[in-house]
Design a protein around this ligand. Structure first.
Ligand code: URA
Length: 237
């Protein structure tokens, strides 16, 4: 998490002015946070706070971070929700403006990544890089037979076209592990439905080189530099 910093220091690190000159700007009432003039240079400010000098917005480059979150059911995986439902971003530390890398359905649980690194997010979701995403699906109408597994592996016909080959493993009579490299809307649900086994529960357990592991539902952790490097490598460096 990026800690908050004093307003004077924030302006200096944003390149607005030297530290002392920035403090003078603040005392002169020329600096606002969320439209309200602030005259105390020691006032704390966090990344994401709308700071302006003489009405012009100031933004400061912050360190890039990636978080893993275990999304619960009922949480939307967008940064904001017009319907006021809880968002995945609200499960991460405040103070950094984060964006989800891709989406999970509201009723899907499991691994979702959040970052302030727009380039990494773009690459990880771009079909060109074909980053594998692994899911565990509990399905209806067990047992899942060999024919259904084969169809899922080879590709099934959906209304938006045939799916690419998937890695599929039956882990119980009613449970599958499916790894796909595409990211179409409700793809795993539609694939399972197409072979006669509607999904009852869906959890994402892997994203590229990362695994959900023992991260508790609703919990969030920052990725290590090694994990971020592995993700970058998966997205073409
Ligand atoms: N496939 C789905 O059907 N739903 C998800 O949330 C992710 C993949």
């Amino acid at each position: 998490m990026v800690a908050s910093v004093r307003l004077g220091k924030f302006l200096a690190s944003a390149g607005v002015a030297s530290r002392r000159a920035a403090e003078e700007l603040i005392r002169a009432g020329r600096v606002t946070i969320a439209g309200v003039a602030v005259t105390d240079p020691a006032r704390d400010v966090s990344e994401g706070d709308p700071v302006a000098v003489d009405g012009a917005t100031v933004s400061v480059p912050v360190g890039r971070v990636v978080y893993a979150v275990n999304k619960p059911v009922g949480v939307v995986s967008t940064a904001r929700d017009p319907q006021g439902r809880p968002t995945i971003v609200s499960l991460a530390p405040a103070g950094v403006r984060l964006y989800p890398i891709g989406r999970l359905d509201i009723d899907t649980t499991g691994l979702i990544l959040l970052t302030n690194d727009g380039d990494l997010a773009h690459r990880l979701t771009h079909p060109r890089f074909e980053v594998p995403k692994a899911y565990r699906a509990v399905v209806s109408r067990p047992p899942v037979r060999e024919r259904a597994l084969r169809a899922l592996r080879e590709g099934v016909e959906l209304d938006d076209g045939r799916t690419s080959p998937a890695r599929v493993r039956r882990v119980a009579a009613d449970a599958l592990e499916i790894t796909i490299r595409e990211g179409r809307k409700r793809q795993v649900r539609r694939m399972c439905e197409a072979v006669g086994h509607p999904v009852r529960r869906l959890e994402r357990v892997g994203f590229g080189p990362l695994e959900l592991g023992s991260l508790r539902e609703g919990a969030c952790r920052e990725l290590t530099p090694e994990e971020v490097s592995a993700l970058r490598a998966a997205a073409g460096g």
